[in-house]
Design a protein around this ligand. Structure first.
Ligand SMILES: *[C@@H]1O[C@H](CO)[C@@H](O)[C@H](O)[C@H]1NC(C)=O
Ligand SMILES: *[C@@H]1O[C@H](CO)[C@@H](O)[C@H](O)[C@H]1NC(C)=O
Ligand SMILES: *[C@@H]1O[C@H](CO)[C@@H](O)[C@H](O)[C@H]1NC(C)=O
Ligand SMILES: *[C@@H]1O[C@H](CO)[C@@H](O)[C@H](O)[C@H]1NC(C)=O
Ligand SMILES: *[C@@H]1O[C@H](CO)[C@@H](O)[C@H](O)[C@H]1NC(C)=O
Ligand SMILES: *[C@@H]1O[C@H](CO)[C@@H](O)[C@H](O)[C@H]1NC(C)=O
Ligand SMILES: *[C@@H]1O[C@H](CO)[C@@H](O)[C@H](O)[C@H]1NC(C)=O
Ligand SMILES: *[C@@H]1O[C@H](CO)[C@@H](O)[C@H](O)[C@H]1NC(C)=O
Ligand SMILES: *[C@@H]1O[C@H](CO)[C@@H](O)[C@H](O)[C@H]1NC(C)=O
Ligand SMILES: *[C@@H]1O[C@H](CO)[C@@H](O)[C@H](O)[C@H]1NC(C)=O
Ligand SMILES: *[C@@H]1O[C@H](CO)[C@@H](O)[C@H](O)[C@H]1NC(C)=O
Length: 392
């Protein structure tokens, strides 16, 4: 009797999994139900991104879904970026326990980021940039101990940065910029030793930049612009040789720049201190940061001369020192390239760039698009040079 039942079950299972059956029979029912629930909470899908999400297609073959190599019926990726999806995030997403990557950036998702995401212990990447998500950042995210990339930029999140996130030891990217986040920059960020990019611009943050922030050894991108901070830049931040971009415009910060900044921040590509109260001189040593592309010091209290040596920076395409107390009160880079054979052209380039950059994107901080602009202008520069216009 028991044997008969077992055999019948076995046959049913074989039929179910290998016969000509609906896709729902094979694979993990939990994952399938979670995805159906995810789809159910999307109200609008104008591009039909989820039209393949139907019963005649196995869920591992649904658009935007990838399943595991070892666990072949377990969903590991959910990627529906830039699909103009309107809707909320189903809490059932927390049942996709093999999920490693969620990329739903650049849609119109609203409502909270479900705390159930904290159940996704394998999650490495969660990209929700440019949506309309609101509410607070759930402390449960701290359970995602494998998280490396977290981007919630440009949403409507509120509240302070939860201290629990300090346990995300593998975090490389922290992007919370462009939200109604309040509070201070947490010192525990300095304990996240893998941290590379900290994007906390336009967040309503106040208080000082904690000294600890410079502890991670591989910082590349530090962006705090458009926050009402106070005090000075902690010395360690001016001494983190891996930093490529340091964006501190409109932060209410002051103090002077260390004279050896170009030697300590030797990998610097962009520095923006505009609209603050920085004092002292513009250090000569900046010429030693040979990869510098952008120097933006507008509207501060810098005094003294503009170091002529900066004209030697081969990659510099943006130099702005307007509204300071600098000698000669130069408007921009005029004069900077006097000793440089390409005088005139460089001058034109800077003007063109000011316009180009200003118009290029609604968010001038988007490096991909910035880079395109740079490349375009390099091409223009290249044309001038090849035409021999810069020879005399
Ligand atoms: C499906 O996944 C859930 C959660 O990981 C698990 O409990 C369940 O046993 C799995 N079912 C099958 C048929 O593999
Ligand atoms: C299911 O999706 C596939 C692939 O997009 C499509 O060809 C098929 O027509 C769909 N079936 C139904 C019933 O919508
Ligand atoms: C955002 O999505 C829209 C609509 O799909 C697309 O036109 C736009 O290029 C996307 N933006 C980015 C930065 O991917
Ligand atoms: C999946 O998640 C939802 C909401 O978090 C929950 O109610 C449900 O019991 C979970 N399990 C399965 C098997 O769907
Ligand atoms: C952000 O999303 C909105 C609406 O989907 C879109 O119009 C806009 O282009 C997106 N912005 C970027 C920078 O991708
Ligand atoms: C959030 O985390 C707490 C503590 O670990 C847990 O008790 C709770 O069930 C979690 N909430 C969800 C929705 O998973
Ligand atoms: C950083 O980690 C150390 C050692 O684990 C701990 O003592 C300290 O309190 C942490 N600092 C912060 C700001 O969390
Ligand atoms: C910025 O913070 C200071 C205190 O540090 C405060 O006095 C000032 O009103 C704030 N400014 C704005 C625009 O919020
Ligand atoms: C700058 O960093 C170097 C090497 O990391 C270290 O030896 C030096 O003491 C630091 N200087 C300051 C002023 O923090
Ligand atoms: C510098 O930062 C300010 C914000 O304070 C921003 O408006 C400006 O566009 C930035 N300049 C460059 C060249 O990125
Ligand atoms: C640039 O670096 C070299 C070598 O480290 C150093 O001798 C020189 O003084 C630096 N230049 C400036 C202007 O700081």
């Amino acid at each position: 009797m028991a044997n008969g039942l077992a055999i019948m079950l076995y046959i049913a299972l074989l039929w179910c999994c290998f016969g000509n059956t609906p896709a729902s029979c094979s694979g993990n029912e939990t994952d399938r139900l979670a995805l159906i629930s995810f789809k159910g909470s999307i109200d609008q899908d104008p591009f039909g991104a989820m039209s393949s999400w139907n019963d005649s297609v196995h869920y591992c073959d649904w658009k935007g879904i990838a399943c595991g190599r070892r666990h072949r019926d377990r969903v590991t990726e959910l990627n529906l970026r830039s699909q103009r999806l309107v809707g909320s995030l189903s809490p059932h997403i927390g049942n996709l326990s093999f999920l490693r990557s969620i990329d739903l950036q650049n849609n119109s998702l609203y409502g909270p980021i479900p705390p159930e995401i904290g159940r996704l212990l394998r999650l490495r990447k969660i990209l929700l940039t440019n949506n309309s998500l609101d509410g607070r950042i759930s402390t449960n995210l701290s359970s995602c101990s494998n998280l490396q990339y977290l981007s919630f930029r440009h949403n409507r999140l509120m509240g302070s940065i939860p201290a629990e996130l300090g346990s995300l030891a593998k975090l490389k990217d922290l992007g919370l910029a462009g939200n109604k986040i309040s509070g201070t920059i947490p010192p525990w960020l300095g304990n996240l030793s893998s941290l590379s990019r900290i994007l906390l611009y336009d967040c309503n943050l106040h208080g000082e930049i904690p000294d600890e922030i410079s502890r991670p050894r591989g910082l590349t991108f530090v962006s705090f612009y458009l926050n009402n901070l106070s005090g000075k830049v902690p010395p360690g931040l001016f001494n983190s040789s891996t930093i490529q971009y340091l964006e501190l415009g409109t932060t209410n910060l002051g103090g002077s720049i260390p004279s050896d900044i170009g030697s300590t921040l030797s990998n610097l590509r962009g520095i923006n201190l505009s609209w603050n109260s920085f004092t002292g001189t513009i250090p000569n040593s900046l010429v030693n940061a040979s990869g510098l592309e952008e120097i933006e010091f507008e509207a501060n209290e810098f005094t003294g001369p503009i170091p002529k040596d900066l004209g030697k920076l081969m990659h510099l395409y943006w130099f702005e020192t307007e509204s300071n107390g600098l000698d000669g009160d130069l408007m921009d880079s005029r004069g900077l390239f006097e000793d440089n054979p390409s005088t005139g052209i460089e001058d034109t380039l800077v003007s063109v760039l000011r316009i180009g950059v200003a118009c290029s994107t609604e968010s001038p901080r988007d490096r991909m698009q910035m880079q395109d602009v740079v490349n375009e202008l390099r091409k223009i520069k290249g044309v001038y040079e090849n035409c021999g216009l810069t020879q005399d």
